[in-house]
Design a protein around this ligand. Structure first.
Ligand SMILES: [Fe+2]
Length: 422
């Protein structure tokens, strides 16, 4: 397992080998108190994981849980907890009946437009899915259905995104990083996971860059500057400086917008064992991973299995500590939402052992900033033509779909979120 992970990472990292070696040398020289520094973050992460393990043992859910109708009454103490855990559930964002209708409309949209037939004819059914008896995919490459667009552009979702963006410190030594009160729109796909599906569990990983977290100047010298030098206690996962300047290595695994949180909205009731999301509710666990890769036992051209162009995977042999705190999110109902910080370790249960579909709309907050506006412009073109969103495989299934959401149907808020108005 370890050998395989190392070989894969080394092959993917070959074009970046010199930069990795140079960066590791620079950082190891810069960090003069490595044993004490690594010990302090290990202690911080261990004690948080211990607390989480104890909470779970007592039946307490470690993922903070809010109600949409009380977002304006969230206390500083609650916000502190959310920032520490790096994730949260916000319940009742949409009424259950409305979400159930959306779910049915989505099904009609896919069925009446022969989505599965088009998928099969395109040859895009990958190996994961073709071995499934039912050959039904789990993730559907549609972006512009009316339910998706209505959910994204709803004022309730805008309020949720504003709340989430405001958990960040958007100011920086170079001026505001983003406008927390105005969000754009990131068109993502839909998950319909059927009971019994064992096709696509995702093991624990972090998105928003893998080796970039060490070698990219914005990550290294802005976002993680307190990790790689100076006072590590000053590091704050919610400080935005540098986050919108990261230059991701282009790959199908990367999101070109800056998301203050990743997240989804539940279309169906789902919980542990229903093939749902798992998280490590520790926002600064990434710091431990960053420093772990700089320890003496790791070869100079390796980063504990982090590989270019892939999500940053957990490697048990290196990161076992983190897996102790890893667990499923609580039961959620249609219209509830879940969000996690871009540094938070997460994955999807291997198998869906429940009895109903576990389905979600991926909707994440993407605040207004130059980086996100640039992508919004590309996204407009895809929207107008009904093509796949620019970050995703160019399957373009919806170009001739009947009932597709069009620009004429956008509300003033929707027009703004799509970047059509300032
Ligand atoms: Fe992910």
């Amino acid at each position: 397992m370890l050998q395989e992970a190392r070989q894969k990472a080394n092959a993917a990292n070959e074009p970046y080998r010199a930069r990795i070696v140079e960066t590791k040398r620079t950082l190891r020289a810069r960090i003069t108190d490595m044993p004490a520094r690594f010990a302090s973050i290990t202690e911080s992460v261990e004690s948080q994981i211990e607390e989480i393990v104890q909470e779970r043992a007592q039946g307490i859910q470690p993922v903070p849980d809010l109600d949409f109708n009380q977002l304006d009454q969230v206390t500083e103490e609650q916000k502190h907890k959310i920032r520490q855990r790096g994730c949260l559930v916000i319940r009742n964002v949409f009424e259950e009946q409305r979400v159930t209708d959306w779910n049915r409309q989505l099904d009609d949209y896919l069925t009446s437009n022969n989505y599965l037939e088009k998928l099969a004819a395109s040859g895009a059914v990958d190996d994961y899915f073709s071995t499934l008896a039912s050959a039904k995919p789990q993730i559907y490459g549609v972006y512009w259905s009316p339910p998706q667009m209505e959910a994204r552009t709803d004022p309730a979702m805008a309020a949720v995104k504003q709340f989430l963006n405001r958990l960040w410190h958007a100011d920086s030594p170079e001026g505001p990083v983003f406008d927390p009160d105005h969000d754009l729109l990131y068109a993502d796909r839909v998950r319909f996971r059927q009971p019994g599906d064992a096709s696509l569990g995702l093991s624990a990983h972090v998105d928003a860059g893998s080796i970039e977290r060490w070698i990219d100047p914005a990550y290294r010298d802005k976002v993680y500057r307190h990790v790689f030098g100076g006072d590590i206690a000053q590091y704050d996962p919610f400080e935005a400086w540098g986050r919108t300047e990261i230059e991701e290595i282009p790959s199908p695994a990367v999101c070109r917008m800056f998301r203050t949180f990743q997240g989804w909205t539940a279309l169906t009731s789902q919980g542990p064992n229903d093939g749902t999301l798992q998280l490590l509710p520790v926002a600064n666990a990434i710091v431990w991973m960053l420093l772990r890769a700089l320890q003496d036992d790791i070869p100079e051209d390796e980063l504990c299995g982090a590989a270019a162009c892939r999500a940053m995977m957990i490697v048990k042999e290196y990161h076992d500590l983190l897996l102790r705190g890893y667990g499923s999110i609580p039961q959620v109902e249609p219209g509830d939402t879940v969000f996690w910080h871009p540094d938070v370790l997460h994955g999807v249960e291997d198998e869906h052992r429940g009895s109903g579909y576990s389905s979600v709309l991926y909707i994440a907050p993407v605040p207004d900033c130059a980086k996100n506006r640039a992508y919004a412009k590309l996204q407009q073109k895809a929207f107008e033509a009904g093509r796949s969103a620019p970050d995703f495989a160019a399957e373009d299934f919806e170009t001739d779909f009947k009932g597709r959401f069009t620009r004429q149907k956008l509300s003033p808020l929707g027009l703004r979120q799509m970047g059509y108005q300032d």
